[in-house]
Design a binder for this molecule. Structure first.
Ligand code: ADP
Ligand code: MG
Length: 480
């Protein structure tokens, strides 16, 4: 029975869905409509040129993988792009663009890095045999020092990384261990080090490997009775970048193998760079002798970026994507997302997608609406600055605009102070960002508001009742 395009596309979606976060899937794949399938060419319709370009840049390998699985290696994908003429009467017209077949050197390298994670290619020690002296590094060339924004939050880690990049194996920062929470730039930074070393030292064999991959290779080597091959491969490495070592927790045999590799490389003056999601002292499920090795060199942490760094990161990302955004939108985003850089990037991407889908500029209004969706989608956070402002305003029968207004009327000042008090209590926003969300007030006003409410709670029964009442409504499930 001939396959129909809908079934084929649905099967492709299933493959794709497995490999990317839900938010990205929703943003980039749900809006696609399968159009036809003929001569093993699947045509899909995408909403705009920007959409097409984004897919080609970020998901071409994944699409290829899905098409391979569904239509075989000679299967092809064609895009049909809706071009909007900005006129309701004229139907949008459609142009077809076949997927690029030829990959540039850069794309190839990125493909490798991606395939590495997608676990599609053979393990590196087999690849190495296949490729002779062409050692594959599995580095993603997009991660560089140039596009890594420096701030107080990452200064030590970045400087140490830069020193190591200039003199791998020679500084006392060996191993270099970077740690910090999710999405704070660990992988970016260690890959930047790897890329830098590779670029400046032609002969050096730099290898990036996640601990998950390392563990899988180890298991495979055990299964195939090829431990010798596994170990020998790693002993040839000049610079070993091992990402997310916390993953080795409790994996005794893998740790043992890594211990030996570590010792050999270290003794031979080879550089070892690692990342972890917590400081070495908090790593549970590790052999003591391995932990003590981790502490030989330098340990540096990455922290949450402050406001100025967040603004700089957004600007850099936009520049990289060739997108313009008003300063007020950038400021709004920087004030509203203070968790991690990955989340910040996710919002920018969604914004671009929204703008592209709706064919409109990215303005403050769009930013606000997108943010609400994302925050509610991903975190299920019930208490956020918007809900606090709304609840407090409703309680006092005023509007959210009143809360943010410049007016100093008593009937507005107290509710405003209460809303500020709750925002400090229930969110992680800095005083500066709270002030921003309350009509651009400065942080001393915020401190004053919080103090005033704290004082009034002791003396003013009416205020106390209002605060208790509202507090109950927020039904605290923990901090934002
Ligand atoms: P981690 O490995 O710590 O979870 P990543 O290195 O994957 O985090 O970073 C998440 C995203 O944020 C990446 O796209 C990265 O490029 C970006 N990023 C993080 N920190 C910075 C920074 N200081 N400057 C520019 N981009 C950053
Ligand atoms: Mg990482």
């Amino acid at each position: 029975m001939p396959k129909d395009c809908r079934t084929v596309w649905n099967n492709c979606l299933r493959v794709i869905q497995e490999h990317i976060p839900e938010q990205s899937f929703k943003t980039w794949f749900e809006p696609i409509v399968p159009m036809r399938l003929s001569n093993n060419v699947l045509t899909i319709q995408v909403p705009s040129q920007f959409f097409y370009e984004w897919l080609e840049e970020h998901y071409v390998h994944l699409l290829r993988k899905a098409i391979d699985a569904e239509l075989g290696s000679d299967g092809r994908l064609e895009y049909s792009i809706i071009v909007d003429k900005g006129n309701e009467k004229n139907k949008p017209y459609v142009i077809n663009i076949p997927t690029s077949k030829v990959a540039t050197a850069n794309v190839k390298e990125a493909a490798r890095a991606e395939a590495h994670t997608a676990d599609r290619y053979k393990s590196p020690f087999q690849l190495h045999e296949l490729e002779g002296s062409q050692f594959a590094s599995y580095l993603n060339p997009h991660y560089t020092f140039d596009n890594f924004i420096e701030g107080d939050c990452n200064r030590l880690a970045r400087s140490a990384g830069y020193a190591v990049a200039n003199k791998p194996g020679i500084t006392s920062f060996n191993p270099l261990m970077l740690y910090g929470g999710v999405g704070l730039g660990k992988t970016h930074l260690v890959q930047a080090i790897g890329n830098y070393i590779k670029e400046h030292n032609q002969g050096k064999f730099v290898l990036y490997v996640s601990c998950e991959k390392f563990t899988n290779q180890f298991i495979e080597a055990v299964r195939n009775n090829n431990m010798q091959g596994f170990t020998n491969f790693y002993l040839q490495v000049d610079v070993l970048v091992l990402d997310d070592v916390q993953f080795l927790s409790g994996k005794e045999k893998t740790q043992e193998s890594f211990f030996h590799i570590f010792n050999h490389l270290h003794q031979a003056g080879k550089q070892i760079i690692m990342t972890s999601d917590c400081p070495p002292r908090d790593l549970a499920g590790f052999q003591e002798r391995l932990l003590s090795r981790f502490k030989w060199g330098l340990t540096a942490d990455l922290q949450q970026p402050d406001l100025e760094t967040r603004i700089a990161i957004i600007q850099k990302k936009l520049q990289g994507e060739g997108i313009m955004m008003d300063d007020e939108v950038i400021e709004y985003l920087a004030h509203s997302i203070d968790t991690n850089v990955r989340e910040l990037e996710g919002v920018i991407v969604s914004l671009m997608a929204q703008a592209s889908l709706n064919r409109k500029e990215i303005d403050l209004d769009l930013a606000k609406r997108t943010l609400v969706n994302i925050v509610q989608h991903t975190d299920n956070k019930e208490i956020n600055i918007d809900s606090i402002q709304k609840k407090v305003a409703d309680h006092f029968k005023i509007t959210v605009e009143d809360l943010k207004s410049k007016s100093r009327k008593k009937e507005l000042v107290v509710p405003r102070q209460i809303a500020i008090y709750f925002t400090k209590e229930f969110t992680d926003f800095s005083l500066k960002s709270i002030g921003y969300h309350f009509g651009g007030r400065d942080h001393s006003t915020v401190i004053h508001a919080i103090q005033t409410i704290n004082d009034l709670l002791k003396t003013d029964k009416e205020i106390k009742n209002a605060v208790t009442d509202l507090g109950r409504q927020f039904n605290v499930k923990g901090k934002r």
